[in-house]
Design a protein. Structure first.
Length: 420
C-alpha cells in the first residue's frame, strides 16, 4: 500500500522525501518506476521530442595527481604515457567537430600540476579568436578547485578569469557520489569534498554560468547514499536553478585499482527512473549510452530520459575502463525515432538548433570514437615552454636549449596570447 500511496503522490506532482524515495527505489517494481518517471518526463516535455548535441569530448591531459582508485584513465606525473595536447592539436579537433555540425567542446582532463591557470586562459582566448561562435563546456568542479589551489586564488576569482577568457559553461564531472564517506573510500575526497563540489557549482551559477550535474554509481555507496546525492543536487537546484541537466552512469571497473563488477542495465534504468522522480526541479535527463550501449540508451527514453546526450566524436576516459560503445548522429537519430520520438539537435542550454545535420548535408559515418592521441605519440607541445612547471619532470621538459638566437616568444594569433 505504501508504494501506491507514494506513486499517487508522484503522479499528482508532489515532491517525495528521502524515506519515500528509498521505499520506491528498493521496493517498487521496475515497470512502476518506469511509468512514474515517464509520466514526469511527459509532463515536462509534452511534445514527443528527444534532443541530442553534436560536440566533442576532449581530454586535454591524462596526467593527474588526484589518483582516484576508480579511474583507469589517469597517469601519474612523469609517466611516459602521460600527455598534454597542444593548441594546434585542439584546433584540429575543433575543425573536425565543426565539419560534422558540432557546436561545442567538452573539455576536461587530469589535475596536471604543470598546467597553470594562464595556460587555460590562453587556450580559451585562442579558441574564441579562431571560433567565436564555438562553445566551451569545460573544466569540472574538481579541476576548478585544482586551479584555485595552484593559483592561490579563490574559486570565484578563478571562475571569473576563465569566463573572461571564454568559458561558456561547466560540466558536472567529478561528482561521483556526493557523500564524503564514499569519496574517502574512492580516494577522491582530496580533489573535492562533497561540499566543495557543490560550492563550485553554486559560485558558477551565481556568476551566470549554466552547468550540468552527474552521478557515477556502483562503487562502494549504499542506496541511501545514492539518494543523498540526488537530494543534495535538488537542494542546490532549488537555491540557484543553474543546472540544465542530470546524467548518471555506472562505474566501469576494468583496468582500475578499485576493481569490482559493473552494475546491470536493470540497475541503470531503476537509478535513472528514481533520479527523474527525485529531481523534480531538473528539466532534462540524459541517457548514458556511452556506458550502457545504444539499446539501453534507447530504453532510457521510457525511464525518464528526454535527451540522448552527445554524439561525442571522441572519448578516452570510459574507453580506458573497457567500454567502447559508439553511436554517430545517424545512429542516435535512428534510436530516437524507432522509440517513437522526433529527434532534434540542441546546444548546452537545451535550445533547439534544428533537424539532424546528416539530413541537411553529407556527413561521413563514424564507426569508432576518436582518441585524444594515436598510440605511441609522445610529442610535447612547443608552447609549454611559455608556462611555469611545478613538477621535476615538467621542468625538465620545458628547458629551452641555449642558442644565440632569441628564445621563442608566445605564439601569435594562431596560438595563445599572453594578453589578458
Amino acid at each position: 500500500m505504501m508504494i501506491e500511496q507514494i506513486a499517487a503522490k508522484v503522479r499528482g506532482g508532489g515532491r517525495i522525501d528521502a524515506a519515500e524515495a528509498l521505499e520506491l527505489y528498493r521496493h517498487a517494481s521496475t515497470p512502476v518506476l518506469g511509468r512514474l518517471a515517464d509520466g514526469i518526463r511527459a509532463r515536462k516535455h509534452p511534445e514527443p521530442v528527444v534532443t541530442y548535441i553534436i560536440d566533442r569530448n576532449v581530454n586535454y591531459t591524462n596526467v593527474c595527481v588526484a589518483k582516484c582508485n576508480f579511474c583507469a584513465f589517469y597517469r601519474p606525473v612523469g609517466s611516459p604515457e602521460g600527455y598534454v595536447l597542444g593548441f594546434d592539436e585542439l584546433f584540429r579537433k575543433i575543425d573536425e567537430t565543426v565539419a560534422v555540425g558540432g557546436v561545442q567542446l567538452l573539455l576536461q582532463g587530469g589535475h596536471n600540476p604543470d598546467l597553470p591557470l594562464s595556460w587555460f586562459e590562453d587556450l580559451f582566448h585562442a579558441i574564441k579568436e579562431r571560433y567565436p561562435a564555438f562553445r566551451l563546456h569545460a573544466l569540472s568542479p574538481p579541476e576548478v578547485i585544482h586551479l584555485s589551489r595552484l593559483s592561490q586564488l579563490p574559486v570565484p576569482a578563478v571562475i571569473a578569469r576563465l569566463m573572461a577568457a571564454g568559458l561558456d559553461s561547466i560540466p558536472g564531472g567529478g561528482a561521483e557520489i556526493l557523500v564524503d564517506r564514499v569519496r574517502k573510500q574512492l580516494h577522491c575526497d582530496g580533489k573535492a569534498t562533497a561540499d566543495e563540489w557543490l560550492d563550485v557549482m553554486r559560485h558558477a551559477h551565481r556568476a551566470g554560468l549554466r552547468t550540468t550535474a552527474t552521478m557515477m554509481y556502483g562503487t562502494v555507496e549504499t542506496d541511501e547514499e545514492r539518494l543523498e546525492h540526488l537530494l543534495r543536487l535538488r537542494a542546490l537546484q532549488d537555491e540557484t536553478g543553474g543546472f540544465t541537466a542530470f546524467i548518471t552512469w555506472s562505474y566501469q571497473p576494468a583496468h582500475t585499482e578499485l576493481g569490482g563488477s559493473e552494475a546491470t542495465g536493470l540497475d541503470y534504468l531503476r537509478t535513472l527512473a528514481i533520479a527523474r522522480i527525485v529531481l523534480d526541479n531538473f528539466d532534462n535527463l540524459q541517457a548514458s549510452w556511452v556506458t550502457q550501449g545504444g539499446k539501453v540508451g534507447q530504453l532510457s527514453l521510457a525511464y525518464g530520459a528526454n535527451d540522448m546526450g552527445s554524439v561525442m566524436i571522441e572519448e578516452n576516459v570510459v574507453r580506458a575502463a573497457g567500454a567502447s560503445y559508439c553511436m554517430d548522429e545517424a545512429e542516435i537519430v535512428r534510436n530516437i525515432e524507432d522509440a517513437g520520438f522526433t529527434a532534434k539537435r540542441r546546444n548546452m542550454h537545451y535550445e533547439i538548433l534544428g533537424d539532424p545535420m546528416f539530413r541537411e548535408r553529407d556527413v561521413p559515418r563514424m564507426l569508432e570514437l576518436a582518441r585524444a592521441r594515436e598510440d605511441g605519440d609522445t610529442s610535447v607541445p612547443d608552447e609549454l615552454v611559455n608556462y611555469p612547471a611545478r613538477s621535476r619532470s615538467g621542468k625538465q621538459l620545458r628547458v629551452v636549449p641555449s642558442s644565440p638566437a632569441e628564445p621563442p616568444g608566445p605564439p601569435g594569433p594562431s596560438g595563445p596570447s599572453r594578453q589578458h
